[in-house]
Design a protein around this ligand. Structure first.
Ligand SMILES: Cc1cc2nc3c(=O)[nH]c(=O)nc-3n(C[C@H](O)[C@H](O)[C@H](O)COP(=O)(O)O)c2cc1C
Length: 266
């Protein structure tokens, strides 16, 4: 069975989110060899002059830039987002704004997402960055997967650490001098492995359902044969059992079940 297809999508001005995104790709790949994982960055919206004034790190030209349509090719997304004023950086908002065509068709409904956040300070938006991005997921029908308290270090007080039950994260310091710590990178691994396992469960479940949808695959032999050819006298017992049950007023007639199964899988 094919593994989950997960796109790791980031924006990064000073490399913190790039480091977290690369860790996410590595962790998912290590955890599930069947997973297809690819790194993308959202389009830059700032001019060269402004980027220079902000002392931005050189952009990684080797990493592909995500387009809205590309989203349809993946089962799930790990968004790695730097905070601006407690919410997602505007480059992410602009990208989300460009997905209107997909929203119209609800093309992303049923996909999965999770967020890794980077903030300059401890209370600057680790949680609110994700919280304020939820409306994007909700309007598209995308399912948000949090990490909860799976990382035991969530409750430690020995060192400062980014992340929250919403997702892992890093604290970059207000001048960007702090790099993601071992503890934070470990948290990213726990978070993204968990995310990948949830996505794998659903994609494999969907593949199984699709298999069952193949003619007669999961139905009792008699019912399957009857479905294939309802006029065949040798399978008419199905029909007669059904009418007998109907007469008794049973809600669980064979015909009713097959109709239900048909409804479910078509
Ligand atoms: C305009 C601006 C606004 C910011 N607002 C916040 C903020 O509200 N809270 C916070 O903790 N950090 C804030 N930061 C710090 C960034 O979140 C930090 O630089 C970023 O997470 C580093 O990630 P990166 O190296 O991947 O870009 C801000 C930075 C800039 C440039």
């Amino acid at each position: 069975m094919a593994g989950p297809k997960i796109a790791v999508i980031f924006y990064s001005l000073y490399s913190h989110c790039l480091t977290l995104a690369e860790k996410a790709v590595k962790s998912i790949t290590e955890a599930d060899s069947t997973a297809e994982v690819k790194l993308f960055q959202v389009p830059e919206t700032l001019s060269k002059e402004i980027l220079e004034k902000m002392h931005a790190a050189p952009r990684r030209e080797d990493i592909p830039v995500i387009t809205p349509d590309e989203l349809t090719n993946w089962d799930a997304y790990v968004f790695v987002i730097p905070t601006r004023y407690g919410r997602a950086v505007s480059q992410f908002s602009s990208f989300f704004d460009a997905t209107g065509g997909l929203w119209m068709k609800q093309s992303l409904a049923g996909k999965y997402a999770t967020v890794i956040a980077s903030t300059g300070t401890q209370n600057g938006g680790q949680e609110t960055t994700t919280l304020t991005t939820l409306p994007f997921f909700t309007h598209h029908g995308i399912v948000y997967v949090p990490v909860g308290y799976l990382d035991a270090n969530m409750t430690q007080f020995n060192e400062i650490k980014g992340g929250s039950p919403w997702g892992s994260g890093t604290l970059a310091a207000s001048d960007g001098s702090r790099q993601p710590s071992e503890m934070e990178l470990n948290s990213v691994a726990i978070h993204t492995k968990h995310f990948a396992s949830i996505v794998a469960q659903t994609t494999r479940g969907a593949q199984r359902l699709a298999k069952e949808k193949e003619p007669g695959a999961s139905l009792p032999k008699a019912v399957a044969e009857h479905q294939k050819d309802p006029t065949n006298a040798s399978t008419s017992s199905v029909e007669s059992t059904d009418s007998k049950k109907k007469k008794k007023g049973s809600r669980f007639s064979v015909h009713g079940i097959t109709k239900g199964v048909k409804k479910l899988f078509t």
